[in-house]
Design a protein around this ligand. Structure first.
Ligand code: UD1
Length: 463
């Protein structure tokens, strides 16, 4: 058993090294010394292709080990969260072939453990999906509390409530969540808060439960629907994903399949806001425009032009935006993950804008960084009041979390002078080839490596 495990881990490394990269796992580079350097003032112009959805990928990849058969998943974003997860699956015993072009093959028949320790899961928040997956597959899971973005207290009480309702015993000891069930039995589960993670995790466990599970007050995000579609392709019987009541009829067996992940609506929204903020003209391709209705509506309200096609959205800047109010809500509301980029855009708007963050309680860490760049923003609990300024100015800043990092890139693009963003490991967790995509649109941005004293050593390796 032990030697199988080692063999499979090596198998994954071999395949990645075989791709010719100098460092097979980009996340293993010492990113503490990497920065993004942006010389602001360029209007973004051209076309950018959006990658596959991170938040779907981080659930679909672990879900693939709920069968014994091979799954091939396409349109994967090549981001650190995906490479980390691929490695975690290989550490659990799966044979994993990850092609940086966006395809993964997972052969899970060798998975032989229901344990994911802290060293495995600390690198990503969404490793909590292993709980639902391992509970569904083995009736047992031991998963350490995950790492991930610091954007507020991130409880998983609703996940646990769901597993318990399905008949599992759940205990937490020394930072490890132990879940065990002789048999999972379907039931009705009402979520006290609309939670993406709890909805998906309960769905994962419930596909193998006996009988019918109903999740009431479920999250409706596109990635919830994508995970349900993937599970249904594997032979599950899930109805209602995308509405607030999801019904899952348990099945005895899941099968291998081929599946293509949906486009990332948050990456798309990031480029839309960047286009508007730089007064640019950008076509964001490979999107499902319906997923971005809240963003489109807000950009139109600020006076920007948005043209909608079948699989693209073109955003055309029309000068100084009007200040507007934004309230974040679960889908189809304005996504919390785009609140930070939107804050940057509104920081140069005409007049006052008010943002209300309804999803996470401390998602304004980027504001302190934006103030260094001249933004005029006051935060009071969940509300940010933004008085638009004429111009931001470049400064050394730090990404405090993934979307804060994306927001700071946009700030750098519109600022006068040079912005240096540190702590960019957060950005690489969720955005594929970020600087290259912006360079293609005309941005002046590069990745540099600095020494301990902050002196530039060399431009960094391509991610
Ligand atoms: C997911 C996304 C994240 C996004 C968030 C909200 C992934 C990997 N991440 O995170 O980018 O910002 O949805 O759209 O998909 N809550 C509880 N108890 C729980 C679970 C959640 O109280 O058991 C609360 C949270 O504190 C938060 C709210 O519910 O205030 C929403 O959280 P949730 O939707 O679960 O976020 P994640 O799935 O972690």
């Amino acid at each position: 058993m032990e030697s199988d495990h080692i063999y499979n881990s090596l198998y994954m490394v071999f395949v990645l090294t075989g791709m010719g990269g100098e460092v097979p796992f980009p996340w293993k580079r010492n990113k503490k010394l990497e920065k993004l350097l942006i010389r602001g003032g360029k209007r973004l112009k051209g076309t950018v292709k959006v990658s596959g959805a991170k938040n779907a990928a981080v659930a679909i990849l672990p879900a693939a080990i709920m069968t014994d058969e091979k799954c091939i998943i396409d349109n994967l974003p090549y981001i650190d969260d995906v490479t980390v997860l691929a490695e975690i699956l290989s550490e659990l015993g799966a044979r994993v072939t990850l092609d940086p072009a966006g395809r993964i093959t997972i052969e899970p028949s060798y998975v032989n453990t229901y344990r994911a320790d802290y060293n495995m899961v600390k690198r990503m928040r969404a490793s909590y999906y292993l709980l639902g997956v391992l509970l569904g597959r083995f009736g047992r899971a031991e998963v350490a509390f995950p790492g991930g973005c610091e954007i507020g207290v991130r409880p998983i009480d609703q996940h646990i409530k769901g597993f318990e309702a399905l008949g599992a015993n759940v205990n937490i000891k020394n930072g490890i969540i132990y879940a065990e069930a002789e048999k999972l039995i379907g039931t009705e589960i009402y979520l006290d808060v609309v939670s993406v993670g709890a909805t998906i995790n309960i769905m994962l466990a419930a596909v193998r439960a006996e009988g019918t599970t109903t999740i009431v007050n479920a999250a409706k995000e596109p990635h919830v629907v994508d995970v349900a579609n993937f599970l249904n392709t594997m032979g599950a019987n899930i109805k209602g994903a995308g509405t607030d009541i999801i019904r899952i009829d348990g099945v005895d067996k899941l099968y291998g399949c081929e599946y293509t992940i949906i486009p990332d609506q948050i990456e798309a929204g990031t480029f839309m806001i960047a286009a508007a903020a730089t007064n640019g003209d950008v076509t964001v391709k490979n999107v499902i425009p319906k997923h971005l209705e809240a963003v489109t509506a807000k950009l139109l309200e600020t006076g920007m032009k948005v043209v909608e096609g079948d699989d693209y959205l073109r955003v055309v800047g029309t000068g100084v935006p009007r200040g507007v109010n934004v309230k974040t809500f679960p889908y189809p509301g304005f996504p919390t993950d785009l609140q930070q980029p939107m804050t940057v855009f509104l920081s140069i708007a005409d007049g006052t804008s008010i943002i209300t963050e309804n999803v996470w309680e401390s998602r304004y860490k980027h504001v302190a960084e934006l103030k260094k760049m001249g933004a005029n923003i006051k935060v009071d609990d969940r509300i940010a009041i933004i008085e638009g300024v004429e111009q931001l100015t470049g400064a050394p800043v730090k990404a405090t979390d993934l979307r804060a990092g994306a927001a700071l890139i946009i700030a750098g693009l519109i600022a006068d002078g040079v912005t240096e963003i540190g702590n960019i490991k957060h950005i690489d967790r969720g955005y594929e080839h970020i600087e290259h995509k912006f360079i293609k649109l005309g941005a002046d941005i590069e990745r540099i490596t600095v020494d301990q004293d902050g002196n530039v050593k060399k431009p960094s390796l391509v991610v």
